[in-house]
Structures are given as C-alpha cells and as structure tokens.
Design a binder for this molecule. Structure first.
Ligand code: ASP
Length: 607
C-alpha cells in the first residue's frame, strides 16, 4: 500500500514538475566545453531576433550565457524562441560551440562560447516589467522595493549581497579561529531600555504583559561572560524604534561580541586587524592609515567638530579664541566672553566664491544651528570680507597665520557656544569636502575614538543619561567623579569610525554590583527601579562575574562602505523605507479583530 502511494505521488509530481535540470550554470562555460551538450536554467535577460536567428542572453546568479536559435532550428523551437519575453524563466538544452573570433566578447566570462539551442522549455512566464532589471539608480527606489524580487535579480544587488555574505563568512572564520563561539540569544526579551525605544510584543498567555525585541544583546552577552563562555560573538539582529533618520533602519545587523578577562587594548587589538582584513581582502578597498589613528573624544570634537570624524581630508577646525578675545567685532568677543568659542576652517581654492555661493554656506551653517557664518576670502587683490573692518591689522595677520590661509583660500568662521561651533563647522567641513570632491570612496579612513564621557545631561529628561549605555565602566581614576562631578567622568568606551560613520562601539563593562548600583544612581534610576529592570544582571554580578568587555560593529554600514554605496538599503535584501514601511509586503498592517481579542488589546480610536 505504501509503495503504491509513493508511486502515485511520484507520477503526479513528474507530470506537473518535470523540467530539464541544469547541468551547469550561466557563468561557467568556456571554449574548453566546446561540443558538450548542456542544460542551462535561468532568466531571459535579452532576446534579439536577427531574421530567423535568435540570440537569447540567459542569466542566472553566476553570469550570462548567449543562447542561439539558428535558422535551421525546428519550427516549434523557432516559435518558442519568438514567444520569449524578458524575465521568462526557461530551461535550454543545447550544444556549446566556440564563437567565431569576430564575435568573441571579452567583457563576458562566457564570451568565447555560445550554446546552440536544441530545446527550450518555458518554466514560467513574466508580464511586462515595471522597470528594467539592472537599471539600478535610474529606477525610483520605491518601485525597486515594491518589486524587490525583480530588483534582487540585478547584478548590483547580487554583487552586494555576495559581498555581504563574504564579509560575514570572513568574520565567522576570523573569530572562530580565535576561540570565539557563536551563541544565539533570544529575540523576545524583557524590556530593558538601552537608550532607544523598544519594540514591544504583547504576550497572549499573560495578557497585559509584553516582551521587547532586543535593541542589542547587551545584557545577554554580559551574562554569557558570567556564565564562563569567555569569548562570544553573534551576527545579531537589533531593533530600535527610532524616528527615521538618514541611513538608519528599524532593524539592523551587528557583529556583537564580548570577551572575558580583557582590557581595552585586547578589544582594539582584535578588531583592528579584522577590519583591515575585511577591508582589504573582502572589500578590496584601501585603508588610509594603519594602525588606525586614535583620538580622544575631546580631541575629535576639537579638531573635527564631530565624534565620528571623516579623516580622509584635512580642513581641521582652528581655534581663533586666543587672537580674538578682545576684538572689536562683538559677535566674536561676546561669544568668547560668554565661555564660547570662535573657530574657523580653511576651504582651499574657494576665495572666488560668488555672493550666492557664500550665502548658501551661511544658510547651511544656520541650518546646522549656528547664528551666522563669517568669511574671509584671501584673494590676489587682497582680502574680501564683511568682518575685517572690525578687526585690527594684527588680529587679521594673526588669524591668517594661525589658519595658514594663503591666496585662494576661503576662511569660514563660527562663533557660539562650544557645541554649536563644533556641530556647525563640523558639518560645513563635510559640505566643503563634498563640494571640493575630496571624498575618495575607494579609501576607508578608520580611526578609534576613546575616552568618551560616561554621561550626558538630558535637558528633556532633566537627568544624566549614559553616553553609551549604563553598563559601561568609568575610567578607574574617574570613579570618584560619579558622585562628585558626574559630567566630568570619562568612560572605558571606544568607537571605531570610518569615513564619518560610526561603524562600531563598545566598552569595558562594569562587573561589580556596587559600581553598577552607583552608576544607576548617577543616572537617576532608583534602587527599586534598577532592581525591577536589571535585577537579573545585578544578581548575576554577585556570582563571581569576570571582568569583561566587548564591541558591536554595525554590519550594514560597513558593507555599505565597502560596496561604495551611500545608502544602507542597498546592502540589505529586504529593507524598509525611510518611513519604516516594507513596500513589498505592506508591513506594518492592521491585524484582525480576532488577533486583537486574543491579545486582549483594544485599539483606541485616534480621532
Ligand atoms: N550593545 C552596544 C550597542 O549596541 C555595543 C556594545 O557595547 O557592545 O551599541
């Protein structure tokens, strides 16, 4: 009986599903295969018809092979060839033959051969396309995302996803070779705020209770260290319910890792060679400086106006405070008297900027938060500026010598509170680099940023919040500052930055309960609250917790930089739009009344 059933199933399958299965791929054949009979499966990439000869470019993930239906082909084969449209999925049986010399295409891996078709099966058809595959940037992104399965067929997407695969595989090999274990942690966890807003998952079994999706596996990886795992990593999906900004996604992938019995140098010493290998051997890009330059947080802000500086070009921020403290120009002297800063950047070769261009820069600085922007153009025929009339000869000479500005340069000056000056000039520095085309996409300028502040004051919440997260250890010498002067305490935290993007951040952690409790107190978290939210961590710390630390490089961003893309969505198979929508599946979507009932959730009418 069983045997009979199997036979019936098999016959049924055969009649429905039989197709000529490929013997090779569309990227493999060379003239060494001349004369062999092959079967290819793939998509019609192009179909040209020269009289009764058809040239069909057949494509799969491996490449493109030219299939020819000769004029001596049977009528039936001619008809099938004529009926083929772009992106039909087909099977071709045929014989490989060398192309005549004049027809060899050196651009194609299979350019020396073609396959003379004997039989073509249409495996599935395809309606007219909403956009041309491989048109990449010409097609509106929304359309590409709606029909992502078509977009994924493009060479660009396939190359980028291959790069991502190679990248992740390299990480796995690198870390496995160094005794790391890949360990999964749950994606439905206790809501433990880590800085951003949690995505919540209602529990059906415990109505009114919720799981959260992890913003990162932070607490689990620390607890793995308490559990003696010593070296852990994970290609971890993280979820943060943040407003759409730039290249952020609600869900993204980190290389999450943690090690026991380490200090900062151990982590930096592990990650830096890995980044070098990934960049050079997987991404085939150059690295600007090896070893990676190290800057303290204060130095990065001072020199570049940013804690994620793009160091591929100079144009550093120059302090004009010492020169201008007593100057007549009130905007400068008042800013300095109020404890603010006056700083400048020198844009080379921009002295002949027109009034309109200068106005644009002023507007740009204003959007960046500055009240205004002063400029001095150093031209052949002297200085052009609206402010020099308010400065003495000595002051002007000193400004020029401090900045090193020479003929042809444009000095851009901002005076304000320190943070405003850093932000506005930092942004302007990047804008000028874009205008001057100083950003070479083939080069990655990595650097480390060290000694971050432990805390930052939140005006909104009227309390200190953790600059990284609450589990970051203060520098040993700054522990007393936690109670005495929290704002000045520095952290054992580090970021790795490339081309102006933060591509990873981590820290040595607190591993003693008393210090963790002191940290929560500095953050204005009461002991009861700390117990309710992080009790499990505090308790774990009582059971022989080892000193530990880790880091979490962002995989999407790094792959994006290696792929030479400016948009993180280009290296994700199924990204959401900037407005947090999946255009292919239409998520988020409403759910049924029954689902809501089961969860005992009622939607409150918005109107
Ligand atoms: N969990 C941190 C983050 O996601 C990284 C770390 O400290 O290891 O930013």
């Amino acid at each position: 009986m069983t045997i009979l059933c199997n036979c019936i199933d098999k016959d049924y399958m055969m009649s429905e599903e039989l197709f000529s299965q490929r013997t090779t791929t569309c990227g493999a054949l060379t003239k060494a295969d001349d004369g062999s009979r092959v079967v290819l499966n793939g998509w019609v990439h192009r179909n040209r018809n020269h009289g009764s000869v058809h040239f069909i470019n057949l494509r799969d993930r491996y490449g493109i092979t030219q299939v020819v239906v000769d004029d001596d082909a049977s009528k039936e084969l001619q008809e099938v060839a004529t009926s083929l449209r772009l992106e039909f999925c087909i099977a071709v049986t045929g014989v490989v033959r060398c192309r005549p010399d004049s027809m060899i295409n050196p651009e194609m891996a299979t350019g020396e051969i073609e396959v003379k078709a004997e039989r073509i099966e249409i495996l599935s058809s395809c309606p007219p396309l909403p956009f041309q595959i491989d048109d990449g940037t010409k097609t509106k992104e929304d359309l590409r995302l709606k029909y992502r399965y078509l977009d994924l067929r493009s060479q660009g997407m396939q190359q980028r996803l291959k790069l991502r695969h190679d990248f992740i595989l390299s990480i796995r090999n690198y870390l496995s070779a160094r005794d790391f274990w890949e360990i999964e942690t749950p994606t439905m966890i206790k809501s433990t705020p880590e800085g951003a807003r949690d995505f919540l998952v209602p529990s059906r079994i415990y109505p009114g209770k919720f799981y959260a999706l992890p913003q990162s596996p932070q607490l689990f990886k620390q607890i793995l260290m308490v559990g003696g795992m010593d070296k852990y990593f994970q290609i971890a999906r993280c979820y943060r319910d943040e407003d759409a900004r730039g290249d952020r996604q609600l869900e993204f992938t980190q290389l999450d890792l943690e090690m026991s019995f380490v200090d900062r140098e151990d982590i930096l010493g592990l990650i830096e060679p890995m980044f070098i290998e990934l960049t050079e051997t997987v991404g085939h890009k150059q690295i600007l400086h090896k070893p990676f330059p190290r800057l303290t947080y204060d130095e990065a802000l001072e020199r570049f106006g940013s804690d994620k500086p793009d160091i591929r070009f100079g144009m550093e921020l120059i302090d004009l405070g010492p020169t201008l403290a007593g100057c007549e120009f009130r905007v400068f002297s008042e800013a300095l008297a109020a404890g603010g800063r006056v700083k400048a950047i020198v844009a080379p070769g921009c002295a002949d900027y027109s009034r309109r261009q200068l106005d644009e820069l002023v507007e740009f600085a204003r959007t960046g938060g500055a009240k205004g922007l002063a400029w001095i153009a150093v031209r052949d025929d002297g200085l052009r500026s609206q402010i020099t009339k308010n400065l003495t000869e000595t002051e002007i000479a000193d400004v020029l010598s401090r900045t090193g500005a020479t003929t042809g340069d444009l000095l851009l000056i901002v005076a304000d509170q320190a943070e405003v000056v850093a932000e506005a000039l930092g942004q302007l520095r990047l804008e000028m680099a874009r205008r001057l085309e100083l950003l070479d996409g083939n080069v990655l300028g990595f650097c480390w940023i060290l000694d971050f502040p432990l805390l930052e004051w939140s005006e909104e919440e009227q309390r200190y919040t953790a600059k990284h997260h609450p589990f970051t250890a203060p520098l040993d010498e700054d522990i007393p500052l936690l109670t005495a002067d929290p704002a000045r305490a520095r952290a054992k935290a580090y970021d790795v930055v490339a081309n102006g993007y933060e591509v990873g951040g981590g820290s040595i952690r607190i591993h003693r309960r008393e210090l963790q409790t002191a940290m929560f107190r500095a953050l204005g978290i009461s002991d009861q609250e700390a117990q309710a939210q992080f009790g499990h961590l505090l308790e774990a710390f009582e059971y022989g917790a080892p000193p530990h630390g880790g880091i979490a490089p962002g995989i999407d961003r790094l792959v994006m930089l290696l792929a030479g893309e400016a948009n993180i969505r280009e290296v994700m198979a199924f990204p959401k739009t900037q407005r947090a929508v999946d255009l292919m599946t239409n998520a988020p979507s409403e759910i049924s009344a029954r689902q809501l009932d089961e969860l005992q959730i009622r939607i409150v009418d918005q109107d």
